[in-house]
Design a protein around this ligand. Structure first.
Ligand SMILES: Nc1ncnc2c1ncn2[C@@H]1O[C@H](COP(=O)(O)OP(=O)(O)OP(=O)(O)O)[C@@H](O)[C@H]1O
Ligand SMILES: [Mg+2]
Length: 411
């Protein structure tokens, strides 16, 4: 219906007075009854979220660490740093003090490949009752290049919060592989990006602190006709992680030769003792290829130690979903008991260390050693126990097989 020239219309939905039940006028605007209801619903939903947030159970740092302990072996300092950061983040949001503004403490995790960085993040995601998203920054690029814009990070958080914007804005983001956006420098010549990492750092800088960004609700590149969600990043906690290959040399250089003598390479391999990474200072990370403003927004730096033989043996056997437990289960489903001797476990750990892939290589080594036997097992009805010793791992020898008692079977 064409609108009469003089007829007032709702300033929100644009419908003229003749098409709505009520039109209320303000100083320079009108609002209709439908838009009032809609606005009211939005406000009450937000209130509801805030209330829910204030009442959910906030685990203490000790509880958070205890949960992490079930899955992540060792790395106590990193786990503690994360537990404290997560706890403080929510404490600050739950009861914002009036007399002082608490700033958030973004965290950076540095540790060798396969030492548990991503695992810590995944485990946190499992336990936290708040939106948590993991984002791999290698897919980020500067605007205009092939890849994703920084805004897409928040799409993940929105998804994790079931598109509840209020909750998403209080979430935690784990930015994985953060070292890959370093500027190229002498110690990481392997970087093959076509774009300098600095542009991505600049883009991230804007969202690390408080900023309102336009997020395309479904992700992807921005285009002009698209509708955006305005996402406030003020209360988002950022945890970042990376292996920072080459950083050790930068630290060693700074410390000087004398100071580094305290740890022989051999000691580190066997005991998995502390690495020189522990002595990292913000300046080293700048030298590695980060701009000072970026590092300045990450007040907590926690390092993970290289894993030694003992740690790797524990990783094989202790976590809730430990690899050895998983294989035992597979064998059990065939009615066979799998025994892996301690010496075999140590051998697996030693091979993993030689490969330099941390705990990541463990599964492949065991899988490889057990392949033949897993192939035959379902057709070998008379075996009740299989014993894996060091030779099976080191020399590909056949495992010891214990047969079922024939008499008993006949009963
Ligand atoms: N501390 C640990 N405790 C238990 N398992 C571990 C630990 N560290 C690594 N693992 C095992 O190794 C796998 C790889 O570890 P993770 O993905 O955490 O490595 P990362 O530190 O992120 O390495 P990268 O820098 O290469 O990404 C994990 O999925 C897990 O199975
Ligand atoms: Mg990782």
């Amino acid at each position: 219906m064409p609108r009469k020239k003089s007829e007032p219309a709702c300033s929100f939905c644009g419908r003229p007075a003749s098409q709505v039940k009520r039109l209320i006028s303000g100083i320079n605007a009108y609002i209709c009854d439908d838009c009032i209801k809609l606005a009211y619903n939005i406000i009450s939903e937000e209130e509801e979220t805030k209330k829910r947030f204030r009442t959910f159970h906030l685990p203490t740092p000790e509880e958070i660490k205890e949960f992490l302990d079930q899955y992540v072996v060792g790395q106590d300092r990193a786990k503690k740093a994360i537990a404290v950061a997560v706890y403080n983040h929510y404490k600050r949001l739950k009861n914002p003090p009036k007399d002082i503004e608490l700033e958030k403490s973004n965290v950076l995790l540095i540790g060798p490949t396969g030492s548990g960085k991503t695992l810590i993040a995944r485990t946190l995601a499992k336990m936290l009752d708040v939106p948590f998203a993991i984002y791999d920054v290698t897919s980020l690029t500067e605007a205009g290049y092939v890849g994703e814009d920084v805004e897409n990070i928040f799409v993940r958080l929105l998804q994790a919060a079931d598109y509840d914007l209020e909750r998403a804005q209080m979430g935690i983001i784990y930015l994985d592989e953060i070292d890959k956006i370093a500027k190229p420098h002498g110690d990481n010549p392997s970087i093959t990006r076509d774009v300098s990492g600095e542009g991505v750092q600049q883009a991230l800088l804007k969202v690390l602190e408080a900023n309102v960004v336009n997020v395309p609700p479904k992700g992807g590149r921005k285009h002009p006709e698209q509708e955006f969600i305005r996402f406030d990043t003020r209360d988002v906690l950022f945890i970042m992680g990376g292996a920072f290959v080459g950083l050790e040399n930068i630290i060693k250089e700074r410390l000087g030769k004398r100071a580094v003598g305290f740890l022989s390479e051999e000691d580190r391999g066997i005991k998995g003792t502390e690495s020189v990474l522990r002595y990292v200072e913000p300046h080293d990370i700048i030298k590695f290829g980060f701009i000072p403003e970026f590092i300045g927004r990450v007040p907590v730096i926690a390092t993970l130690d290289p894993l030694g033989v003992d740690d790797l043996v524990r990783i094989l056997t202790e976590p809730k979903n430990a690899i050895v437990k998983q294989f035992k289960k597979y064998f059990e489903m065939e009615g066979v008991e799998l025994v892996i001797e301690k010496s075999a476990l140590r051998k697996i750990a030693e091979i993993a260390i030689q490969r330099g892939t941390g705990a990541r290589g463990l599964r492949a080594i065991l899988e490889n050693a057990l392949l033949d036997i897993m192939f035959k097992l379902p057709s070998m009805k008379d075996v009740k126990k299989i014993i894996i010793d060091e030779k099976v791992i080191a020399e590909n020898a056949l495992p010891l097989m214990v047969k079922r008692d024939i008499k008993k079977k006949a009963k």
